[in-house]
Design a protein around this ligand. Structure first.
Ligand SMILES: C[S@@+](CC[C@H](N)C(=O)[O-])C[C@H]1O[C@@H](n2cnc3c(N)ncnc32)[C@H](O)[C@@H]1O
Length: 417
């Protein structure tokens, strides 16, 4: 069968034009589009949005994370906390150290990006005399694993024998499992609610629309055969009633994130799971004014809502429903030991003390590193930037009840789940 070529718009739908990708990147995206078209045709013309998102981000060798897109840093599409300053990893070391001492000396990091957090965390734990015996990196992308290996080989060559790469969660986990901005990169289901006389719940997904010179991906409700099940309708109706959704409301159901947390919880013998990400507790996630959901894409440091713009060349994310994460962990045997804003956690764990202990002269003045560090701390803490918007959740199993965990000693308790 000849597949129609996917036509790429100059701009995400409803947005100003963005810088066009290189010819090589465009070819990459076209190859991924063919893979997605094949999946749509094989499924009879429609796939759920979660399947589209999984392919766009993780199709082997072609997806945004599994392929060659640059992703992180100034030359990429977004910057994460650990990429901004080593103080992020150094502060995290203060939180992690007592938990390692009280459980097992093993860290498992999910989705380690460039390896920056791993390097900073290991160096800081070495200073605290709390080096883990193993640092396992769970990485789905071969390209990122290689980037991490090169970064760590340069920054912590003497610790390389402790670092191991895993392609799947181990059957048994102990020590501390960490994930920064991992949950937001997990596929979500999209649904639309309409409060007609008979309330309607549509599963949203993706189909091809034929246009003049080819085809393009568009969002579409599921065909009858794949329509919402009775259980899904009941679940959505309960949310709609509880949070007083207006007549037309589109949102996400974050299935993969909570399922991943449940698996970690089931496999954890003793230790902790610490997750940092942007999101809200459920009552804010499903707030009646959030009528379009939280789905967001990142391309060259511009955020926009069009998931069909150059598939494979942009990140697609959704905010995290932290109540769902807490419930998934709790139901599978973990305790919810802490939940606060990123600013609350960083301040409580001593980020500002670490900053105060540094001198401008510690930095290379010529390249503006000191100013960049000050700016990074401001971005991490400011309520208008990452400070409030990002949350930190700590789920534990079998840790002593009186264990003092910096980051969660006096943190802001106003953020309830
Ligand atoms: C936005 S990046 C964050 C990278 C890094 N943690 C940082 O803060 O810079 C999201 C990462 O999560 C990873 N990821 C998503 N689902 C995952 C899963 N089920 N297991 C492990 N990693 C996953 C992706 O492959 C990607 O590397």
């Amino acid at each position: 069968m000849t597949l129609p070529p996917i036509i790429q718009p100059a701009s995400p739908r409803g947005q100003d034009p963005l810088p066009p990708p290189s010819a090589e990147a465009q070819a990459f995206s076209q190859a991924l589009c063919e893979r997605i078209v094949t999946a749509i045709e094989a499924a009879g013309g429609w796939i759920p949005f979660s399947e589209y998102m999984a392919l766009a981000l993780y199709a082997p060798g072609l997806g945004y994370y599994s392929g060659g897109a640059h992703k992180f840093g100034a030359a990429g599409d977004f910057v994460t906390g650990p990429e901004m300053t080593p103080l992020f990893g150094q502060t995290l070391a203060r939180t992690v150290a007592p938990m390692l001492a009280a459980s097992s000396p093993i860290i498992t990091e999910a989705g380690a990006g460039t390896g920056k957090l791993a390097g900073d965390l290991l160096l800081a734990l070495e200073k605290l005399d709390q080096l883990p015996e193993r640092y396992d990196i769970l990485e789905l992308s071969g390209e990122l694993a290689e980037r991490q290996r090169q970064h760590l080989q340069t920054t912590v060559p003497h610790l390389m024998d402790r670092i191991h790469w895993l392609s799947a969660l181990p059957d048994s986990l102990s020590g501390v499992v960490i994930g920064n901005e991992v949950l937001d990169a997990m596929p979500v289901e999209l649904i639309r609610w309409q409060r007609a006389e008979t309330p309607q719940v549509q599963r949203l997904g993706v189909r091809l629309e034929v246009v003049e010179d080819g085809a393009r991906f568009i969002s579409a409700p599921a065909p009858t055969a794949q329509a919402a099940s009775a259980a899904l309708i009941d679940r959505v109706r309960a949310l709609a009633d509880k949070y007083a959704w207006p007549d037309d409301y589109t949102t996400e159901l974050p299935e993969a994130g909570p399922a991943w947390v449940a698996t970690v919880a089931q496999r954890m013998t003793h230790g902790a799971l610490l997750l940092i990400d942007y999101g809200f507790p459920r009552h804010e996630f499903y707030h009646h004014e959030r009528t379009g959901g939280t789905l967001m894409c990142h391309y060259r440091h511009r955020a926009h809502p069009d998931p069909y713009y150059w598939p494979g060349l942009q990140d697609i994310t959704a905010h995290v429903d932290f109540t769902a994460i807490a419930e998934a962990g709790f139901d599978a045997g973990l305790e919810v030991t802490g939940y606060c804003t990123q600013a609350g956690w960083l301040m409580d764990a001593g980020l500002l003390d670490l900053l105060a202990a540094q001198q401008p002269t510690d930095y290379n003045q010529a390249d503006g590193q000191w100013v960049r560090t000050q700016h990074a701390v401001q971005t991490l803490l400011s309520p208008a930037e990452m400070g409030e918007f990002f949350k930190v959740i700590l789920l534990t199993k079998g840790l002593p009840a009186d264990l003092r965990i910096p980051g969660f000693l006096r943190s802001d308790r106003s953020h309830t789940l």
